[in-house]
Every structure is written in C-alpha cells, then in structure tokens.
Design a protein around this ligand. Structure first.
Ligand code: PLP
Length: 387
C-alpha cells in the first residue's frame, strides 16, 4: 500500500489546538473596534478596561473563583513560573515538593531556584503509569511542612491524572501551598477551584482552541504574592505590562465554549481515544499504551503509545509527518530531540521503543484516526511513503 500525503491529519492537540472560528471572531472584534490601552483614562481606554474586567469576571465565574483571583499572563509557562517564583520569593517558602514528570516550566524553574540556593526541591516518586506515590508525598509533606507542592493535574505526555483531592488534603494537613499545572485539563473538565482545593492553578488558552501567548494564574486571594514582572501596576500589581486584551477575550471565549459543550465533547473525544486504542492494539503488533487509560484516571485528549524496537524507529515521526500525520514523540518541545523525554524516562519507558503521542481535540474525527493508524502500520511494515 502506498500512503499519499494529501491533506494533513492533525493529532497533536496537546501541543496546541486549532483556533475555533468563534474565538477568532471575538478577537477580531477587539482588534478592530476595541484597541485602547486599558490603563488609559479616556473613553477608548476605559472601554478596553471594561472588556478586560468583564473577561476576568466571566472566567472567574466559570471556575468558581473571584475575579481578583485571576491574573492574566502570557500563557502556561509564565503562569507556572509566577506561581513558583512568587511563592519562594514573597512567602519565603524553603522547600518545594514536585515530581519528575512535571512540565519543564515547573521542573526547570524549581531546579534553577534550588541552584540559586533559594530552596530545596524534593521529587516524589511516580509509578510506571505516572501515578504519584501519595504515601511518599504524605511523608515528604510531613517532613517539610509549609512547603510548596507543585503537581500537575494531567500529564501532557502520558495523560495520567493526579488525585488532586488527596493531594489537597495532604497539603492542607501540612500547611503546604498547593500549585497545580492545569494547562492540559482546564476546559476539559468541570472546574471548581474550591472543590479542586489548590491555591494556584495554571491555564493556557492555546490548549483549548484559544490563542497562543495568553493564559492565567488563579491565585487564592489569601496568598499575598507580589509581581514577578515589574514596571507597571497592571493586574492589580500582580503582573506588569499592557494587557493582551484581544488574547484575553479569545481566552474568555474559548473557555466559555469549552464549558458550554463540555459533556458532549468529553463523550465524543473519549470515544475517539477508545477507538484509537482499539485500532492501534488490533492493527499494530506489540504496541504498548503508556500511562493510565480509563476516563477516571487519564486525560481523554491524550494517548501515548510506543512501538516495539525496529530499525527505522528513529525516523518514525518523520515518516508519519511525510505521510501527513501530525503527532508528537513526547511533548512538543521534546519532539525531534534525540534524547528521550524526562517523563518517559521517569516512568521507565524502554528506550528502544519509539513513543508516539496522539492527542485529540474538538475537530478530530474517526477518519483521522483511521488514516493515522493505517499510515503507522504501513511505515512499520516498511512500505513506501509517496510524497
Ligand atoms: N504546562 C503544560 C502541562 C503544558 O503542556 C504546556 C505546553 O505545552 C505548558 C505548561 C506551557 O504552556 P504555554 O505553551 O502556554 O507556555
């Protein structure tokens, strides 16, 4: 069989999602008719300010937070940095408990702070499916009370979900501050910050059909954090810099749409993931699914699998790309890199297997999966890919 590269199949929604047209429309309205600087005191500035504050109020309402608890940022990386750096800088926290499978925005920030002598970092173990060892977490939190616990809700590479309720209980019992990177899960589950029980939550718009370069950090109003970025009093002195009003309106619209159609999308996308698992397991000999897979234990938009050792494994992603299949080897920033991802390393994923991450979104279809599985099967069987 020859694979023809016709139109692209996009199965890399954990890296980024295509913009929803309705988000584009909402943003265009701001670009065209609402260009004021929200800090300006004249009417055009005040209109932009009202739009900004309205978006903050809507977003806060969607996750049962207060408007003053939402700090807009340039995305997930900045929000993670802000959470960790501000807790260490402003609250004098000396210990951070995190895991080896966090996003680099968390892990590297923690390591840098430790290198600078600002705090000690303790890594809680994870099992071969990426589940945090909660007994060990409890021990670490009781050994280091009043520390920062930073654990992601949904792993971006292997989908495994955190038992956030248990983590929140452990944090509260030991007077720890709990930060969770919810970049991959916000908009994919109903969110109630009070039920979640974290003090800090990270969100990024481009993972939920919103624009790149915008997100927010939820900060429980009882935490008295200063600004990581200085040079202006925007965001109630929590983040200097002229606000990205169009991006924030895009984020607001994207979150609104996600929550409006949550139940239907969960059902549809989880169905696609199940279908993909079935097809992969039936058609690709020796395939292994990484991380947890059930709806309760795994993010339904992400599916990590790996194929048995083969001579052309190193070129697998490249060949899939040539066949028009856009997917990833691990996280987006790790794709194409020669070394294995830190997440796969932490779950002891065999190095001679090639991991592939398929991730689904609002616009994914069963046909996309059929084409991706068929292309993968052909490549593994050493058949020709025709450009
Ligand atoms: N955290 C997680 C879990 C992610 O998957 C990503 C993006 O890949 C980020 C943080 C960074 O978000 P952003 O791309 O908005 O900086």
């Amino acid at each position: 069989m020859t694979i023809m590269a016709t139109s692209k199949i996009y199965l890399d929604n954990a890296a980024t999602t295509p913009l929803d047209e309705r988000v584009i429309d909402a943003m265009c309205e701001v670009f065209k008719n609402n260009y004021g600087n929200p800090s300006a005191t004249h009417s055009i500035g005040r209109t932009a300010k009202a739009t900004l504050e309205n978006a903050r109020k809507t977003i806060a309402g969607l996750i049962n937070a207060e408007a003053r608890e939402i700090v807009f940022t340039s995305g997930g990386t900045e929000a993670d940095n802000m959470a960790i750096r501000c807790v260490v800088n402003d609250l004098g926290i000396k210990h951070i408990i995190t895991s080896p499978i966090e996003h680099k925005a968390v892990l590297e920030t923690c390591k840098i702070l430790e290198k600078e002598g600002r705090c000690n970092v303790h890594l809680v173990s994870v099992d071969e499916k990426g589940n945090v060892d909660l007994a060990e977490l409890e021990k670490l939190a009781s050994n280091y009370p009043k520390s920062l616990i930073s654990l992601m809700h949904a792993n971006n590479e292997i989908a495994t979900l955190l038992d956030y309720k248990k983590v929140s209980e452990i944090a509260k019992a030991n007077e720890c501050i709990f930060h969770s990177d919810t970049v991959q899960s916000m908009g994919h589950y109903a969110f109630d910050v009070k039920e979640f029980g974290a003090d800090l939550l990270t969100c990024s718009a481009h993972k939920l059909h919103g624009p790149k370069g915008v997100g927010f950090l939820y900060v429980n109003h009882q935490l008295k954090l200063k600004s990581m970025i200085t040079g202006g009093g925007q965001e109630r002195n929590h983040r200097a810099g002229t606000e990205n009003v169009a991006g924030i309106v895009g984020l607001e619209k994207a979150l609104q749409l996600a929550f409006d159609q949550l139940a239907a999308e969960q059902k549809q996308i989880f169905g696609l993931k199940q279908y993909a698992i079935d097809q992969l397991c039936n058609q690709i000999e020796g395939i292994q699914i990484n991380g947890e897979t059930s709806f309760e234990k795994a993010l339904y938009t992400v599916l990590s699998c790996s194929v048995p050792p083969q001579s052309n494994n190193a070129l697998l992603l490249f060949k899939l790309d040539i066949a028009g299949i856009c997917c990833s080897g691990g996280s987006a920033c790790n794709s194409g890199a020669a070394s294995e991802s830190h997440v796969l390393e932490a779950i002891k994923h065999p190095q001679d297997r090639q991991a592939i991450r398929f991730s689904f979104g609002r616009f994914s279809t069963q046909k996309d999966i059929d084409e991706a599985v068929s292309a993968l099967k052909s490549i593994l069987e050493n058949q020709t890919v025709q450009l």
